[in-house]
Design a protein around this ligand. Structure first.
Ligand SMILES: NC(=O)c1ccc[n+]([C@@H]2O[C@H](COP(=O)([O-])OP(=O)(O)OC[C@H]3O[C@@H](n4cnc5c(N)ncnc54)[C@H](O)[C@@H]3O)[C@@H](O)[C@H]2O)c1
Length: 462
């Protein structure tokens, strides 16, 4: 099939590349000239595991190309995907100017040239309920007849950054929202190769499809905020949230996933999507109280650890050096949009600390935001050189089993604030660290030097 993807961010580029991998002929359009130039040179503008192989292969085999010309894209594709940003507006609603702007340009092009024939316009961006209808109105206002010259489909994307290629190639479900049987049939054919294991292609009306995406993200965000609340209570009552998580996760009605306490959710989706659904409900005269609480809990949780650090040092971080491990909003991505790490770092800086940070992939994206406000360490161990404390913000694999002796030697104080609960509190105390995590007990560190403890445990193992 001939496809056009408008917007080559995390969603557009992954979708375009994976569609090409399935044999489709894909043109990707982006307004960012530097990005298009880079991709034409065979360079990926984002870090996404597994994407490079498909990207290179499909460019080489001429199924994947890039342009800044929307006109070229509209001429090429029978199906036009809009994978454009929908950032939050000041009032929390989704900013639809990118989607509606491109939709109206497409409408004008189709109206001016009947030879372009029939096109399916697909909203792949996360857009508020009613957007597909609004896109349809824009087309009709340009004199185009639905079913003859165009149809609009809502096809929300559920991929997760970090595992986006796998998610796209083997989606747990595909949602297709359309009033048109013809469009739904074509979309089903397009997605059939991706669900050969039997996962569902669900067809529904566009409003339900749009709502499905917001409901999914909002429910996941609610689980996180709920578990963070449980963790905060665990600390007060002397319970351990890890045990509680495992205890409740065995219940098949609850399930094991998405129950981890930490420093709150971030990223380009959850915060804005929860806000947008809250706003939509409000616009329709409904006060969605749970979502309001989810956002408030998350705001508090993202600041909490930084506040604990300031309190630990008696109210000021003047003259303190703090190391940070992890900048990306989650592992396996370079995306730092709404990252809890950045919120924590800003709080530390405001309170007088000097910050030195390391992330395996998100150094450049962080530099774009924080510039020279922090020091960018060459590796994880350099980030703890001479620090008064280390804060762990992202659970990258390489942080899970570090060399604690090396860390202890390099840190000025063996003090760790772990926002991702990577280590066992008791064990950390035995290794001589003053170790704070989320929703778990704190143990006073032993005074014995860490080397002798490690030697002792090695002897014991031998
Ligand atoms: N990132 C995710 O994990 C994810 C997952 C599911 C859904 N979504 C949704 O998908 C949408 C896109 O998200 P993203 O993370 O890929 O965004 P992004 O910011 O990474 O990418 C958007 C791209 O659109 C381009 N663009 C902007 N205006 C344009 C125009 N007029 N013409 C052509 N290109 C233009 C930008 O240059 C950028 O490359 C959003 O609605 C988001 O909520 C994102």
């Amino acid at each position: 099939m001939k496809l056009t993807i408008v917007g080559t961010g995390y969603v557009g580029l992954v979708s375009g590349t994976c569609f090409a991998e399935m044999g489709n002929d894909v043109v990707c359009v982006d307004i960012d000239e530097a990005k298009v130039e880079m991709m034409r040179d065979g360079e990926l503008p984002i870090f996404e595991p597994g994407l490079e192989l498909f990207f290179e292969r499909n460019i080489r085999e001429e199924r994947l190309s890039f342009t800044t010309s929307l006109e070229e894209g509209v001429k090429h594709g029978d199906v036009l995907f809009l994978a454009l940003p929908t950032p939050p507006s000041e009032d929390g609603s989704a900013d639809l100017s990118y989607v509606m702007g491109v939709a109206s340009e497409i409408a004008d092009m189709l109206a001016a040239d009947p030879a372009l024939g029939y096109k399916i316009i697909v909203d792949k961006s996360t857009v508020p309920v009613g957007t597909a209808d609004a896109v349809q109105s824009v087309m009709e206002e340009a004199g185009l007849e639905a079913g003859d010259r165009f149809d609009v489909v809502s096809n929300p994307e559920f991929l997760r950054e970090g595992v986006a290629v796998d998610d796209f190639m083997k989606p747990e479900r595909v949602v297709i929202g359309s009033h048109s049987e013809k469009a739904a049939k074509i979309m089903t054919q397009l997605y059939e190769p991706f669900v050969r294991q039997g996962n569902a292609i669900l067809t529904m009306d566009p409003r339900s499809a749009e709502m499905t995406k917001y409901a999914a993200n909002s429910l996941l965000a609610t689980r996180i905020s709920f578990m963070n609340e449980i963790a905060n209570v665990c600390e007060r009552v002397g319970a351990n949230v890890d045990d509680v998580r495992i205890g409740i996760g065995q219940d098949s009605r609850i399930g094991k996933r998405f129950l981890y306490a930490g420093i709150g959710f971030g990223g380009s989706c959850f915060p804005k999507d929860v806000q947008a659904l809250h706003r939509t409900a409000n616009d329709y005269g409904y006060d969605f109280k749970v979502l309001d609480a989810v956002l408030k809990v998350n705001d508090r949780q993202r600041k909490r650890m930084a506040e604990d650090i300031v309190e630990y040092f008696g109210g000021s971080l003047e003259g303190k050096r703090i190391g940070v491990w992890g900048l990306a909003f989650k592992p396996n991505t370079d995306d730092v949009r709404e990252a809890p790490s950045h919120i924590i770092i800003r709080h530390l800086l405001e309170n007088g600390a000097k910050v030195q940070a390391f992330d395996p992939e998100a150094m450049e994206t962080t530099r774009d935001v924080l510039g020279a406000d922090i020091v960018y360490a060459a590796d994880a161990y350099s980030a703890v050189d001479d620090v008064d404390a280390l804060v762990i913000c992202t659970e990258w694999h390489e942080f899970r089993r570090p060399d604690f002796t090396r860390m202890h030697e390099r840190m000025k104080l063996p003090l760790i604030f772990d926002g991702r609960n990577l280590y066992q509190p008791k064990r950390m105390a035995e290794l001589g660290f003053d170790y704070f995590s989320v929703g778990r007990p704190h143990y006073a560190p032993t005074t014995e030097p860490v080397e002798s403890l490690l030697e002792a445990s090695n002897d014991h193992a031998a």
